[in-house]
Design a protein around this ligand. Sequence first.
Ligand SMILES: C[S@@+](CC[C@H](N)C(=O)[O-])C[C@H]1O[C@@H](n2cnc3c(N)ncnc32)[C@H](O)[C@@H]1O
Length: 386
Amino acid sequence: MEDLKKSIKEISNEEIIRIVISNKMNKENEYNKINISLKEKNNKEYYQIEKFTDKQVFHENIDKNDLEVKLLEFMQDYKQLAAWSANNNFDLKISKKGKVFLGKKKSDNINLLNKSHNKEKNYILKEGMIIQPLIDLGVFTKEGKVVKSMYDKYKQINRFVEIIDDEIRKNDYKELTILDFGCGKSYLTFVLYYYFVEIKKINVKMIGLDLKKDVIKKCNDIAKRYGYENLSFELGDINGFKYNNKVDMVITLHACDTATDYALYNAIKWNSKMIFSVPCCQHEFNHQMKAESLSILTKYGIVQERIAALMTDATRANLLEAVGYKTQLLEFIDISHSPKNILIRASKGNLSKDKKEKSLQEVNTLIEQFNFDPTLYKLLKDDNLI
Ligand SMILES: C[S@@+](CC[C@H](N)C(=O)[O-])C[C@H]1O[C@@H](n2cnc3c(N)ncnc32)[C@H](O)[C@@H]1O
């Protein structure tokens, strides 16, 4: 206990930008992972805690000075903590016998932030643009500067918009209906609305859907306050969500686990022209995976987890091909900024019968080899879509 206290004190003595706590000791613990990030609002810094269950993320804000106590509390239940300060990377591990190991490596993380800052001039959303909802949501200061602790979010949003922009340029769209599944606080949703209406001058109708009542209310209040008439937010589950008009584009950013599959399924059913989806928390395959002849892949937990996540997204991409979408997997954001860094880009195209069959066959082979039972596959099959 004393070693743990000492290590946490050493970490907390620096200004930590980000922390990831993982490897829970007790399977019953509902939170698989905890992220802690330094945030800034109204010139006051604080830490935001995100606790990830299989399906949801829960947020809590704490005073900067309470970090040390909070970390000590969390580390009673988890075996691993990674932290990044401006100058160092920390890696804290607790062994099965309770021994504490603290690794510390010099790393110029501030430079990393500054580098992304310099790249800003190429972004579609430039610093200095006054996008009022983003000021309210704490991404920009009143002067239109990016809040330091929100750089990662800012970069992610910009990258997402850039990827959409590449696709949008291919056609002369006059109007689009867009669904953002698992919109959460809706940073992306507000920015996209701004991008379509103010920059591209395209008439859009956008709907954000999420399970969280308070978040939906807040987003609707913001949309109303800024007179964003065609942007609305609805409370509901992606699984079973009904919308009776055409939907041209479906987006998801970090819709947890199989929520991404339900979103893709809805898009396929609606015959949406475009899909942009950044999955996260891909647990399904990891829970199902058996690999008798390739047991090396399941021998190490971390290898299994990563490979299962990659196979999940490859399967999703192939299933999209099997139903006629031209699909790519792109690196969404540098892995040093977020490990959730794959974006599925799919657009309705003329795929040959052979190509579709081959994609489906590849999925079947994978399923057989590793005992997978993918949600998206089941949904499509039950609906006779494959
Ligand atoms: C990690 S957050 C991402 C929020 C936002 N897209 C972003 O990137 O900032 C995931 C969100 O998906 C929502 N979510 C998860 N499963 C869902 C479901 N089945 N239906 C609707 N929303 C869901 C959660 O409530 C949460 O707000």
